[in-house]
Design a protein around this ligand. Structure first.
Ligand SMILES: [Zn+2]
Length: 164
């Protein structure tokens, strides 16, 4: 009897679609800033989400805007998959400036991965990945004495990477 039932079902069906995997198209697009991960910002509550959405996953508002996600982030956690002939694939969660966390391929570029590392978005042909930022992240002096555990805790790296 309620006329909104089918509309609600349509929205529910859209929201319930699985997140595309890393090989799927559509997660990266060319914006004014260059190639970036596609995000959606809620016009009502300001929440930013990964990918194209039609509904905010926080407040369920339908007024949303497609945005380019930040190119810089912080590595939250990672692992290495040993995949047959393909070799080792580093995979991790990256926290982008704002509140978006995404699963991503990682490239080490000679700098060892560790949680808290500042990383940067990049594309290589059809692949996209995050790699350690070229910035001033290397804070550990090459001393042989074991540093205090605090030395590995980087103060909020978000503060350093504001960019227009
Ligand atoms: Zn919202």
């Amino acid at each position: 009897m309620t006329p909104t039932t089918s509309e609600a079902a349509r929205i529910e069906a859209s929201v319930s679609l699985p997140v595309p995997d890393l090989d799927a198209d559509g997660l990266v697009d060319l914006f004014d800033e260059g190639p970036r991960l596609v995000g959606t910002r809620c016009d009502a509550c300001g929440r930013t989400m990964l990918g194209d959405r039609i509904v905010c996953s926080d407040c369920v508002g339908t007024a949303v805007t497609r945005v380019a996600l930040p190119a810089t982030g912080v590595l939250y956690a990672f692992t290495r998959l040993h995949v047959g002939a393909a070799g080792v694939r580093a995979l991790g969660y990256v926290d982008l400036a704002g509140d978006v966390r995404t699963l991503a391929d990682l490239r080490e570029d000679g700098q060892p991965l560790q949680p808290g590392l500042a990383v940067e978005f990049a594309v290589d042909g059809d692949d996209w990945y995050f790699a350690p930022s070229a910035g001033p992240a290397a804070s550990a002096p090459a001393a042989s004495a074991p540093a205090a555990a605090d030395a590995n805790l980087h103060a909020n790296p978000h503060d350093e990477v504001e960019e227009d």
